[in-house]
Design a protein around this ligand. Structure first.
Ligand code: NDP
Ligand code: 2IT
Length: 444
């Protein structure tokens, strides 16, 4: 235990201005404490000191010209956290809140998540404080070209394979891929989430949301519950939220609320997904506009209010720390029995504690939202083979991967005396594979 505390103090001293990174590290280190009793060799190999320090951190200037001819400058990031079990792999986030600490928290989470998938992918993350909201397609293209004009030096299909995250979807990946190809004269799987016409995988777009629901279905099966007839609240209305809604509905659930960063909608008759897809994916509008087109739906300002909507299953799928202790208590009071993180670290540590204490089934993001990156790894496999699998093939593999992730997190939790604590189970299972690989590869 003192080893874990010592390392955490070191991380605090070294990274004082990065609260999200500290939050992510603290949770993992706390879970790992029981492992070091069984595996003392990890301590003498300085494994924790190494695993909390990214292998490489890149920060660069991204200059671009807006439609008015004015020069704009953003900051670009890529944190190559761990290559212990495969090439760095993880998304790019474009959002004004992005800074080094945010990218490091996401990269750190990605190391364990990617390990849990059972696939050979290391962990990384990147992005920019660029805000795609309100920008024209041409501005987004010029920004992406400038971003890739620096990033291309550090990535490749066998080195580091970025993908999407908040603010980065098919449009952005297309522009980034075009520029990578122009600069390197190579057509390969250097990015995932590509368009279907140029090497993208079927079911990648759906994968995070579908995978989330597959994992929740498996988790609930163990306790005799299911989506059938259940009221579901999904926060966010982006890539993860939309496809979580789609799969939850296919399995018999009714999604009654969704949100964006301004507020949430409540639709007692079930949120109309075709309308949300048009508003968000095609027209890039606000969730508020839903109510102008759908009778009987209500809009409320402020996204945190969504947790007051009574539901049995809550799927926070927007952003970090969007569900706090008060939100968690309200969910428990209203009879919610399962919560799974579609987003990365959407629940504060206090919120997660409320769920565990009250016997609410809880799946942490590292397990629950791993279907996106898992399907990215399937895209890499297809690109390497120069083959494309059918939707059904990819979807079946995704489902099996989510079942395996649940099983390995649940088994590890039980083995270490923390039955039903999937936070601990996911952290331990994810860590052990990376740790064994690091031990085998010597002091690097
Ligand atoms: P999108 O950009 O497609 O959608 C993000 C959604 O979250 C939007 O509805 C957005 O609202 C909302 N949101 C973003 N920032 C905030 C904020 N600060 N406060 C409240 N709401 C916010 O992103 P994704 O759906 O891809 O990502 C959502 C989450 O899932 C992130 O945590 C991401 O890291 C995680 N994730 C994504 C994966 C993927 O494959 N895409 C895989 C695994 C995890 P608005 O439009 O107002 O900004
Ligand atoms: O957080 C995540 O796992 C992602 N944004 C997906 C990363 C990927 O490489 O597909």
């Amino acid at each position: 235990m003192s080893y874990v505390n010592d390392v955490y103090e070191l991380v605090q001293r070294r990274n004082p201005a990065e609260p999200e990174f500290l939050q992510a590290v603290k949770e993992v280190l706390e879970s790992l404490a029981p492992v070091f009793g069984k595996r003392p060799e990890f301590r003498s190999a300085g494994l924790l000191e190494r695993i909390v320090e990214p292998e490489r951190q890149l920060m660069f200037r991204v200059p671009w010209m807006d439609d008015g001819g004015k020069v704009q400058v953003n900051r670009g990031f890529r944190v190559q956290f761990s290559s212990a079990i495969g090439p760095y792999k993880g998304g790019l986030r474009f959002h004004p809140s992005v800074n080094l600490g945010i990218i490091k928290f996401l990269g750190f989470e990605q190391v364990f998540k990617n390990s849990l998938t059972g696939q050979p992918i290391g962990g990384g993350k990147g992005g920019s404080d660029f805000d795609p909201k309100g920008k024209s397609d041409n501005e987004v293209m010029r920004f992406c070209q400038s971003f890739m004009s620096e990033l291309f030096r550090y990535i490749d299909a066998d080195t580091d394979v970025p993908a999407g995250d908040i603010g980065v979807g098919g449009r952005e990946i297309g522009y980034l891929f075009g520029q990578f190809k122009k600069l390197t004269n190579q057509f390969n799987g250097v990015l995932t989430g590509k368009g279907l016409a140029f090497g993208g995988s079927l079911a990648r777009k759906e994968a995070t949301g579908y995978g989330l629901v597959y994992l929740v279905e498996k988790m609930m099966e163990a306790k005799g519950k299911s989506f059938k007839g259940a009221k579901v609240v999904v926060s966010g209305s982006g890539n993860v939220a939309i496809y979580a809604h789609e799969k939850a509905t296919q399995l018999g659930g009714k999604v009654v609320a969704m949100s964006d960063s301004n507020g949430y909608i409540f639709d007692p008759s079930g949120v109309d997904l075709d309308l949300v897809k048009r508003l968000k994916e095609v027209e890039r509008r606000r969730i508020k506009d839903y109510c102008a087109e759908k009778k009987g739906a209500e809009y409320h300002d402020g996204c945190e209010g969504i947790w007051q909507v009574p539901c049995s299953i809550a799927l926070p799928s927007a952003t970090q720390n969007e569900l706090d202790e008060a939100g968690a208590k309200t969910l428990v009071k209203n009879g919610c029995f399962a919560v799974a993180e579609g987003a990365n670290m959407p629940c504060t540590p206090e919120a997660a504690e409320v769920f565990l204490k009250n016997g609410v089934m809880f799946a942490p993001g590292k397990a629950a939202n791993a279907g996106g990156v898992a399907t990215s790894a399937l895209e890499m496999s297809q690109n390497s083979q120069r083959l494309s699998w059918t939707f059904e093939e990819v979807d079946a593999k995704l489902k099996q991967i989510m079942i395996n992730i649940y099983t390995s997190a649940a088994t590890s939790a039980e083995e270490y005396g923390m039955k039903d604590n999937l936070i601990a189970g996911a952290n331990i299972a994810g860590f052990l594979k990376v740790a064994d690989a690091m031990m085998a590869q010597g002091l690097v």
